[in-house]
Write a protein that binds this ligand. Sequence first.
Ligand code: BG6
Length: 515
Amino acid sequence: MSVRTRVWDPGVNPLRDPRDRRLPRVAGPCSLVLFGVTGDLARKKLMPAVYDLANRGLLPPGFALVGFARRDWADQDFAEIVHDSVREHARTEFREDVWNELCQGIRFVAGDFADDAAFDQLGQVVRDLDRVRGTRGNHAFYLSIPPKFFAPVVQQLKRSGLSASDDGAWRRVVIEKPFGHDLASARELNSTLAEVFPHGSVFRIDHYLGKETVQNLLALRFANTMFEPIWNAHFVDHVQITMAEDIGIGGRAGYYDGIGAARDVIQNHLLQLLALAAMEEPLTFDARDVRVEKEKVLAALTLPEDLDLHTARGQYAAGWQGGELVKGFLEEDGIAAGSSTETFAAIRLGVDTRRWAGVPFYLRTGKRLGRRVTELAVVFKRAPHLPFSVTDTEELGQNALVLRVQPDEGVTLRFGSKVPGTQMEVRDVNMDFAYGDSFTESSPEAYERLILDVLLGDPPLFPRHEEVELAWTVLDPVLEHWAAGGRPEQYESGTWGPAGAEAMMARDGRAWRRP
Ligand code: BG6
């Protein structure tokens, strides 16, 4: 008989004890200090998510939201900005009583990141909140700012005494990707953070991990019996992970040019999805156990020898999208003339473990593609023998299990079925699970879940530095190879990417799915 002892991680919220699972996970007294409040992310996602949490009763009564920016605003001006962003982007309905309560805790500090006095002022505001709102010294600093400012801001937090507290209260820092632009710079960033914040107080956001459907991958695999026995090289032919967007780069030229699709999406979202799909069952869902399993997968990733044959990159050209004629990447405002930044990237990876030996994982992402869709498709091998005539199974493809991450959240199982009639003709059909049909609750936004987890100090959904490094270790050779020569192929907006991506699959006798 074996006995598994449960080791408690002191950093883990006790509400995650299985005995307490049904209790709502409500944050304790605290504030959220937001840097970058004038940015798109803050306006469209972060401030609305804070309101949605308040509306769901998941924030403490004295919760405070502090904005910091180079604007000549008073608290009231910032409150109006938050109000407008909530009215426009919140998921849940607007309720005056919730808003009024939240508004009581809104503060603003004006200053730039080099301004010592502004950070001293922030320190004063935070101490006042402890007194007036009862935030008890617990403060999270969310850096929704360009990475070049991470170091100066964390240094300022240290200098002004905001990064640590000696009275048992917590201080946490939240950073948004990109976590560096290659392995060396990711290491540098990590040591900058580590000088100021201890390991467990750094929360790296990969918002895909906050998505319900991504977490459902763990439920699908580990709460059921029927998938896991076939989740391996004996049955799986290959795995395809697609994140396709119909939008272009919008107003983000400054961020995107020089970064490109592989750094923007594959390094983080897609490699995290791959890790969740390929990992072994974790001992528990505590952060340490889940991260250990993900890291094993990332460490086992292998690149093909010939990167020209098994990777593809592209750049969107003008074309028709949603009935509108859209510009090509090189014509977008703010893009350097002749830029070779890719807006489409595809790579083939192997996972060097017994479970996955010989099974390719194909990852692709791109902007201005046919439609917005993210999915993970596990495509199974063909039956070893088909006791039908060849013509009966002409329309039979490969079985597939597709996790539909967005927008049409659910799971599809594709298999062959007899076409009604007198002949034994077999054709592919789909069996669908749709969130909307099975659950009455709508899914929270990823940022609601992640901000709440920061305030609770609950880390499983945040990649740790080791994962970030491993992901760069995989991607760096591809990026170096691309940088060494050639240019991304052009593809017409509204299509499914460059011809090279189709050719890369065709070489392996496979084809991309058309989701
Ligand atoms: C971000 C990328 O991480 O994810 C963007 O930087 C991309 O380029 C976005 O548009 C897509 O997020 P979602 O949740 O809409 O799939």
